[in-house]
Design a protein around this ligand. Sequence first.
Ligand code: C2O
Ligand code: CU
Length: 552
Amino acid sequence: GAVKQYKFDVEYMYGEPDCVEQVVIGINGHFPGPTITAEEGDTLHIILTNNLFREGTVLHWHGIRQYGTPWADGTASISQCAIAPGQTFHYRFTVDRAGTYLYHGHYGLQRTAGLYGSLIVNLAKGKKEAFDYDGELNLLLSDWWHKTTLEQEVGLSSIPFKWVNEPQSLLINGRGQYNCSLAANVMKTSLSECKFKGNEECASQTFDVHPNKTYRIRIASATSLASLNLAIGKHKLVVVEADGNYVKPFTVDDIDIYSGETYSVLLRTNQDPKKNYWISIGVRGRKPNTPQGLTILNYKTNSATVLPTSPPPITPQWDDYNRSKTFTYNIFGLKGTQKPPKYYDRRLLLLNTQNLVRGYTKWAINNVSLTLPSIPYLASVMFNVNGSFDTKIPPNTFSEGYDIYNPPLNPNANTGSGVYMFQLNQVVDVILQNANVMKGQNSEIHPWHLHGHDFWVLGYGDGKFQQSDERKFNLKNPPLRNNVVVFPYGWTALRFRADNPGVWAFHCHIQPHLYMGMGVVFAEALSNVKRIPNQALACGLLRNVSIHKKHN
Ligand code: C2O
Ligand code: CU
């Protein structure tokens, strides 16, 4: 493959994502960041300069497995030190598999502040996709707040706790409309019609298509919080790819997409070519307080400024979880997808709970809320730095009697920075168990994302996972993914092979949940990790000691 070099300057800048001027994090003067397009087998060399004034930064290449380059995963305190203001860091890694991906900040709430972009890997020349299409559209979805991320961070780490609340706007390719609707004229809505004078950078990006063709729509969700539902007026969608893997094609009217997920859907432009159609995104799984995000699918037989004559698709009822389950449970690996190992070597049962730690509101996994150490794990384990993280291994399971349907009897949890250790090629099962929140009767959606791997999604269920549920696991055609949802009061089972020496984050992709400790860290086959650039590891205490690699 070729080496593709990019220079990325990360900086604060003014922008107007939803037509309200605000400070955003941009790359090379753009928000969202530039779309990276590469070919399978290429090596990406990204030279990142941190031009933020007062904070470190990192970029994570979400969905890229980083075989042999765990130091390039872009997770602050895990794979590398945050890059200090004024400093430059070189990411260098291979994109070994075609698919739809994204990149984003992985430090504090920087993703919420706008640090993200699309990453598209095409097949190597001469190879053919599992489906045909004539053209491609790319949709990067996100949510947007008017409260600054600094204020959000302070709220999340205060007593009393201040939640970030619902986003003001939903964005498609970084554009949305605050407090107005493109579709006000055809909708019964209290919102007034958006008035664009001309070339506002927030005016929605329209998507051009020709009639009677098939388009591949790549969709990635970088949302901080929102679970979304996407629909295109009058058109069906055929789901063909999820998280960089082919899935068994299935046809739907709309798709649910959780934070950190990517999909490709095929769209046949078989509707009246004298009209344009709405592309809409709306909130699922939380009582919405955010207007639908809208843009236009423009049949080139019309002008792009022609508004559709019918109202936009109605987003399904936010709490219709059965509908979401129907969609999610329908995702299977395409024939030919690698099959999971029949047996596991290790099984973790991870209980997701909301807790208090010394009065602060946190999320915890088996009663441990993750706090990241100042020295990245990868550096500590490579150079045997003692005492930089908890050597106590976090619990493999939780107490059998735990009542997932009610608030915890004892709301208190602990913080911790311990890691789960796996040997090379161990087969690991993880059962994610959802539960009731700390107060009242409610259980939230959590989309979990694993770094450095794909996993097979073996099954889902309502209530508490039972040993007997294992009989229902799908070992025949489970999808391979890197992101999976855990439904309220339910469980999700996944399996992966620890075949990638390194230290990897596994966490809820909702940004404030991760910030509140909702994650764990996996360390894999550490004696097989090789060649880590000093640049990735020089921070904190390590800046002052000479580094001698003790392995091999
Ligand atoms: Cu896209 Cu660790 O996240
Ligand atoms: Cu969560």
